[in-house]
Design a protein. Structure first.
Length: 143
């Protein structure tokens, strides 16, 4: 989820526009997305395996995803290098919490072209829950 081409996402654009307008304080947005894929499978693909799946599946968006520090869980630092021609060349984020049992993933964007002098960081809380149909409801909060 957090690795979806986030700079083109409506939530990022609203977050950035609202912050630039107010230039102070904390702004929070929440979104929900539904998928037909079960939570365990979606969590594995979009969180645990994103560093090698996304550049292969979406080369038009992702040039590479590098693991800069850590062994895979909390504290890991990743850098997303976006494909040429994007407004942003890279994003670096730190995993604050990764829980494979509850399908919870919290991370903070700590460096990259998406941040500005007025936008110090963006924190994300992502939770994958089972929908009534057996798919996934992905709940994302950005602060």
């Amino acid at each position: 989820m957090g690795n979806v081409p986030l700079l083109n996402s409506p939530i990022y654009k609203r977050h950035r526009a609202e912050y630039e307008k107010n230039r102070m304080g904390v702004i929070t947005f929440s979104e929900e997305y539904t998928y037909s894929i079960p939570p365990a499978r979606l969590f594995k693909a979009s969180v645990l395996d994103s560093h090698y799946l996304f550049p292969k599946l979406l080369p038009q968006a992702f040039k590479s995803i590098e693991i800069l520090q850590g062994n895979g869980g909390t504290g890991r630092i990743k850098q997303i290098n976006l494909a040429e021609g994007k407004n942003v060349s890279y994003l670096k984020y730190k995993i604050d919490e990764l829980n494979e049992e509850t399908y919870t993933y919290n991370y903070t964007l700590i460096e990259g072209d998406a941040l500005s002098a007025n936008l110090e960081k963006i924190s994300y809380e992502v939770k994958f829950e089972t929908s009534p149909s057996g798919g996934t409801v992905a709940k994302m909060t950005n602060t």
